[in-house]
Design a protein around this ligand. Structure first.
Ligand SMILES: NC(=O)c1ccc[n+]([C@@H]2O[C@H](COP(=O)([O-])OP(=O)(O)OC[C@H]3O[C@@H](n4cnc5c(N)ncnc54)[C@H](OP(=O)(O)O)[C@@H]3O)[C@@H](O)[C@H]2O)c1
Length: 286
């Protein structure tokens, strides 16, 4: 059994990360933002030193994608500088670090899945700050830093597209949903499972993509949700992204490849539709 420390443990992924660890019989030390601010160097250093974790999972992040456009420095403080502090504390203590990142580090204009080795080229402030965090982890922990990129998350705890659609369906609405952005809806419990498998495998440090297999659009996802809830799928109508202008441009194509799991001897996450059948229940019942 390893000793785990989870930052950002009050967030959507952090909460399921801790639950998954506890369910798997692991010793999990959970730190919410109130317990540990990752931008506080003294606190980060002291906490990692006194807890002596084997593995740190950094789920803490500035995740407000649109707000980051006008507040990039503040987002960078958490996503870049904070990640660097966590990595430095792990380097000093000998802990391995699993750092959660995002598809937004890519430009999002490809026409085939992004591999773990593809060139990054973020087009948003959020993506730039998350890339800064990845680079700090790779620089400070070349042999013991794992970057786990995920995307299109939904989970029992926290706002998500899936939760919004459940609410709109229950309210009897007809919804217009964008059909020109492609990605991989991913359940937080599946990301947590991959993180645990990664740590247990002794896999090489590097980049791993923890998203569901397959791909769809937000429209495709919404229609699937309405269908699973027993609603008429004609209540979900496709529209173009131009119908919903946002401060941060959304990637048209954000599908991630899953090649490096094989080198670790770990199965990637199954298809998004299969996993949604289980994950939707967890969100709807929460
Ligand atoms: N949600 C997605 O669709 C998605 C997609 C791709 C990647 N990701 C990545 O997945 C990870 C988890 O995201 P999530 O969806 O679980 O987001 P979340 O629910 O917003 O969780 C992030 C957590 O970090 C905390 N936090 C913020 N600043 C902090 C600081 N300075 N020190 C310590 N904690 C801090 C937040 O606390 P407060 O709420 O109190 O601010 C929140 O509890 C992030 O790395 C994110 O970039 C998410």
């Amino acid at each position: 059994m390893s000793r785990w420390l989870v930052t950002g443990a009050g967030g959507m992924l952090g909460r399921d990360m801790v639950a998954c660890l506890e369910r798997g019989g692991e010793a999990a030390l959970a730190f919410t933002r109130a317990d540990l601010d990752i931008t506080d160097q003294a606190a980060v250093t002291a906490t990692v030193r006194s807890c002596r974790p084997d593995i740190v999972v950094n789920c803490a992040a500035w995740t407000a994608v649109d707000e980051a456009e006008a507040h990039e420095d503040e987002a960078l403080e958490v996503n870049g500088h904070g990640a660097r502090l966590v990595a430095a504390a792990c380097a000093a203590s000998g802990a391995r670090l699993i750092h959660i990142s995002t598809d937004y580090v890519f430009a999002g204009d490809a026409c085939r899945p992004y591999t773990e080795h593809d060139r990054c080229g973020p087009r948003t402030a959020y993506g730039r700050t998350k890339l800064a965090g990845e680079r700090a982890v790779a620089e400070l922990l070349p042999g013991s830093g794992y970057i786990v990129r995920t995307a299109w998350l939904y989970g029992a705890h926290g706002p998500s597209f899936v939760r919004t659609m459940i609410g709109l369906e229950r309210a009897g609405k007809v919804v217009d949903v964008v059909d020109d952005q492609h990605g991989q809806p991913t359940w937080t419990m599946d990301v947590a499972g991959q993180v645990i498998a990664l740590a247990r495998s002794g896999a090489p440090a590097g980049v791993y993509h923890a998203t569901s297999a397959g791909e769809t659009t937000w429209f495709g996802l919404a229609r699937e949700i309405f269908g699973l809830l027993g609603a008429d799928t004609a209540r979900v109508r496709p529209v173009a992204s131009s119908a919903y202008p946002r401060p941060a441009p959304r990637p048209a194509y954000s599908v991630l490849g899953h090649g490096t799991w094989a080198s670790a001897g770990i199965e990637p996450i199954p298809g998004w539709r299969l996993r949604l059948h289980q994950g939707l229940r967890a969100v709807a019942d929460a």
